[in-house]
Write a protein that binds this ligand. Structure first.
Ligand code: OOG
Ligand code: MG
Length: 257
C-alpha cells in the first residue's frame, strides 16, 4: 500500500513496548493491509536489530482454535524472535516491564536443514534437530489486548519474551501430546498438540510458506514456536508458571513480585 509511513508506525509500537504503555489500535486510521502490516513488523524488529539485538527465530500465532477464539482473529500469523526476548528456563521476568503480559504453552523446534524456498518440508527429522516445551509471554501493545489482523501483525504478533525448556530428539509422534499450563502449581489450561493445526509439524510448513511470501527465509539454528495450543492467561506478579508437554517435559518461568 502506498503512502503508509511504516517506520513511523513502527516507532509508535516500539515506544509503546519500551515504555510499557498501551496505544490505540492504528490499522484503520493509517490504512494498514496485511502486506503493509508485515512491513511495519519488519521495521519494528529492525529497531531492535539497530540497537544490537539478534534475530534468533520465528513464531507462529493463532494456529489453534483456542487462540483464535480468545483474540477474535482467525488467520494464522507469524512474527520474529530476538535474542533479548529469550529468558532462561526457570528464569524471572518483571511483569511491570510489560503492559498486560500473558503466558501460553508452546512447542519449540530447533531448526536444522530446511528446504529451498517454495519446497515443502520433506523429512521433518531433517528440518528439525530437536523439540522442547516452551512458554511464550505475549504482550499486545494495544489497549485492552484488542486488535485487528493487521494490527497484531504490525505489533510483531504480540511477541515479548519466551522460555525454552530442555531440548529432546524429535519423538515419533508430535500430533497428540497432552499440554498443560500451570500457575502456582494449579492447572489453568489443558490442551493437546493436536490443537496446533492438527499437528504442530504443519506449523513449520505454514511458517516457511507465509514468511517466504515476505522474503523471509528460516535459518538453521533458529528457534521456531509453533503457536499456543491453549488460550493465554494473565501473568500476575509473583506467579510461578510451568508449561508441561507430554514426552517433552517442562519449561518454567517466574514473575517477580
Ligand atoms: C497474538 C499472538 C498469538 C499464539 O501462540 O497463538 C500467539 C496474541 O494472542 O496476542 O502467539
Ligand atoms: Mg504464542
Amino acid at each position: 500500500m502506498i503512502g503508509v509511513d511504516t517506520v513511523g508506525v513502527a516507532a509508535k509500537l516500539g515506544a509503546a513496548a519500551d515504555n510499557a504503555t498501551a496505544i490505540a489500535q492504528l490499522a484503520d486510521e493509517v490504512g494498514l493491509d496485511v502486506p503493509t502490516a508485515y512491513g511495519v513488523q519488519a521495521a519494528l524488529v529492525q529497531r531492535r536489530l539497530d540497537r544490537g539485538e539478534r534475530l534468533v527465530g520465528l513464531k507462529m500465532g493463532l494456529t489453534s482454535r483456542a487462540k483464535m477464539a480468545q483474540v477474535g482473529v482467525d488467520e494464522v500469523i507469524w512474527g520474529r524472535l530476538t535474542d533479548v526476548m529469550r529468558v532462561p528456563d526457570g528464569g524471572t521476568v518483571d511483569p511491570a516491564a510489560y503492559i498486560h503480559p500473558r503466558v501460553e504453552p508452546e512447542v519449540a523446534f530447533l531448526l536444522d536443514r530446511l528446504p529451498e524456498p517454495g519446497e515443502p518440508v520433506g523429512d521433518f527429522a531433517t528440518a528439525v534437530r530437536a523439540v522442547a516445551p516452551a512458554i511464550e509471554l505475549i504482550d499486545s501493545r494495544y489497549a485492552d489486548f484488542r486488535f485487528s489482523l493487521p494490527d497484531v501483525i504490525a505489533d510483531n504478533t504480540s511477541a515479548a519474551a519466551f522460555v525454552i525448556g530442555p531440548w529432546s530428539p524429535v519423538p515419533a509422534g508430535l500430533d497428540n501430546l497432552g499440554v498443560l499450563l500451570e500457575v502456582d502449581g494449579r492447572v489453568v489450561q489443558v490442551g493437546s498438540t493436536a490443537a496446533i493445526l492438527g499437528d504442530p509439524r504443519r506449523a513449520l510448513d505454514e511458517g516457511i510458506r507465509l514468511a517466504g511470501r515476505h522474503g523471509v527465509r528460516l535459518e538453521s539454528g533458529w528457534v521456531f514456536l509453533a503457536g499456543a495450543a491453549t488460550a493465554a492467561v494473565p501473568l500476575r506478579p509473583g506467579a510461578h508458571v510451568r508449561a508441561v508437554v507430554e514426552k517433552l517435559g517442562t519449561a518454567s518461568l517466574k514473575a517477580s513480585a
